[in-house]
Design a protein around this ligand. Structure first.
Ligand code: HEM
Length: 521
């Protein structure tokens, strides 16, 4: 075999000979390039590189040198950028935390925290940690931070106070009924259009339909009626595809955060602002959604109704300006749609690929129906009394937390001690939710999907498990405002789907769906 392995170095083939020629050609090009630069330019470039190297080495040994981590991460943010670029950040973070411990240095001035207790302390309401520049990359409007990107604590608290009645459903007319309508609509559409027959197999992409349902649910709550994702079986306003295309770029801006300041300066020029930030003139994505929100606001004549209505009216009634409401409606859809559908999809996949779990859940649902313990459609309060269903939802989200971004905080001026390490003021600390959900508080097999762990635990252990699990939705004054919407959707989804014997369809098509989703990526 070794005799056949002659490497031919030509064209694009990376053979030894080809590599030699490539290196030689590169040298010539670089030499020509440098000789074409003036002496001053060359000196500036060399000086710049020297300053960069000296400062990298200086920072490496003077700050955070006590915290372990990958070699290159201590010198440059490129290591972190590479992890983001991999497309599976959660796995990279998990491997890093497993290898280096609960607190890891992942960039010259950045740490990654996987310890649940320390994470709760850092995020708690009384903590002096503030949101860091990481959040600037989530601005929709360069001048006006939204609830997710707002870093000033008093302003953020004021915004939360104004928006909580909308997100919690207190101000929404028929809040629970909206969820019922959307789930029944999904089940009806699947039963009517997607049942395979012996003569024809219909490969249903359940992942896509779950996404349609969550988009319709959130737009229904937000604007009083759904945008029609399920009705049209289409990515309306190309919202999802634009988000998926933008996210990798946004994430790099959260590594090289200085770029956000450059963007903000550039956006002062009107025509650049239209290109760099979501704008009413855009035909798709967040810009289009802002235009739609603006039109809806214009079509509603004041005064705002005293009675319960939708989230848009609630925000305006509670004092948000029309411009603020525009950004908030968009960020709410970004924050709520992908997270909820990812949580649902991951839990469906986990249940359906574990026959024992699946059977137990089905038995619990059938028994509750036979005993008349649940209504049709099931009420949220009824679903919460079904222990195995709750265990499956807890376990699904624990095994696959939908939001795994680090959401960095800044260490307060007095510095801190985290996991036994002395940390100087101004350090950025991100959270590693994926790893914290695999803490040994969950037992000896935290990597395994096993809902039973939630039923077997002692009262004390269960309390500790639930406290750690809550971190999936954040903690303290920035805790998720949509947790109620997400959990209510999940509580209703599984019983409704099972009742209508959809598992037969799901079990047949889910793998096709998963395979298609992979191929389409
Ligand atoms: C399983 C689903 C969801 C998960 C795992 C999730 C997770 C989170 C997390 C971890 C945060 C905290 C961010 C931080 O620390 O700065 C957050 C914030 C937020 N979430 Fe969710 N979320 C989910 C669903 C939703 C839904 C359905 C909505 C809207 C309807 C929503 C709206 C928000 C908003 C507005 C914030 C910002 C809160 C603030 O900064 O005060 N989320 N979410």
């Amino acid at each position: 075999m070794s005799g056949d392995a002659v490497t031919v170095g030509s064209g694009l083939t990376p053979g030894t000979e080809g590599q030699g020629a490539f290196v030689a050609a590169s040298r010539v090009i670089l030499a020509n390039y440098f000789s074409s630069l003036s002496r001053t330019t060359q000196s500036i470039a060399i000086l710049w590189v020297l300053v960069f190297l000296v400062s990298a080495v200086f920072v490496r040994f003077t700050r955070l040198s006590n915290v372990p981590g990958p070699f290159w991460a201590a010198y440059t943010r490129l290591w972190l950028s590479k992890q983001y670029y991999s497309g599976c950040l959660y796995q990279k973070y998990h491997e890093t935390s497993r290898r280096w411990g609960p607190l890891v240095r992942i960039a010259p001035n950045r740490l990654l925290l996987a310890d649940p207790e320390a994470t709760m302390e850092m995020l708690s309401s009384r903590s002096r940690y503030e949101r860091g520049p990481w959040y600037d990359s989530f601005k929709i409007d360069p001048e006006r931070p939204n609830i997710v990107s707002q870093r000033d604590r008093p302003t953020h608290l004021r915004m939360r106070y104004q928006m909580a009645p909308g997100y919690s459903g207190k101000d929404i007319a028929g809040f629970e009924g909206i969820m019922d309508t959307r789930i029944v609509d999904l089940v009806d559409r699947i039963s009517t259009n997607w049942i395979s027959r012996p003569e024809r197999t219909l490969p249903l992409d359940i992942g896509r339909w779950i996404r349609h349902m969550t988009m319709d649910t959130i737009t229904h709550i937000s604007f009083g009626k759904p945008f029609g994702y399920a009705e049209n079986d289409r990515d309306i306003m190309e919202f999802t595809s634009v988000m998926e295309a933008l996210l990798p770029i946004v994430l790099h801006f959260s590594v090289f955060t200085e770029l956000n300041n450059i963007l903000r300066l550039l956006a002062k020029v009107g025509c650049l602002r239209r290109v760099l930030f979501p704008h009413h003139t855009h035909k798709k994505g967040l810009g289009r959604l802002r235009a739609v929100t603006k039109n809806i606001m214009a079509s509603r004549s004041p005064p705002l109704p005293d009675t319960k209505s939708d989230m848009l009216d609630s925000f305006l009634k509670n004092g948000l300006s029309p411009q603020e409401a525009e950004s908030e409606m968009a960020i709410g859809l970004v924050a709520g749609s992908d997270t909820t559908s990812t949580g649902l999809r991951a839990t469906v996949l986990a249940i359906i690929s574990n026959p024992l779990v699946y059977r137990k859940l089905q038995v619990e649902i059938d028994t509750c129906i036979a005993d008349g313990q649940v209504s049709s459609p099931i009420k949220d309060s009824e679903a919460r009394k079904m222990p195995y269903l709750q265990a499956c939802i807890y376990e699904g989200l624990r095994c696959h937390p939908p939001l795994v971004l680090p959401r960095e905080r800044v260490v307060p001026p007095e510095g801190d001690i985290i996991c036994g390490y002395k940390i100087p003021a101004g350090t950025f600390v991100g959270v590693n939710v994926w790893t914290s959900q695999r803490h040994d508080i969950f037992g000896e097999d935290p990597e395994v999907f096993r809902p039973e762990r939630w039923l077997e635990a002692s009262d004390e252990q269960l309390r500790a498990m639930k406290k750690t699990w809550e971190l999936i939705f954040g903690h303290g004054t920035t805790k998720c405002l949509g947790q109620q919407v997400a959990l209510m959707t999940m509580n209703k989804f599984f019983p409704e789907v099972s009742w209508n014997h959809l598992p037969n369809i799901l079990s047949n098509i889910l793998w096709i769906s998963v395979i298609l989703a992979k191929l389409n990526r």
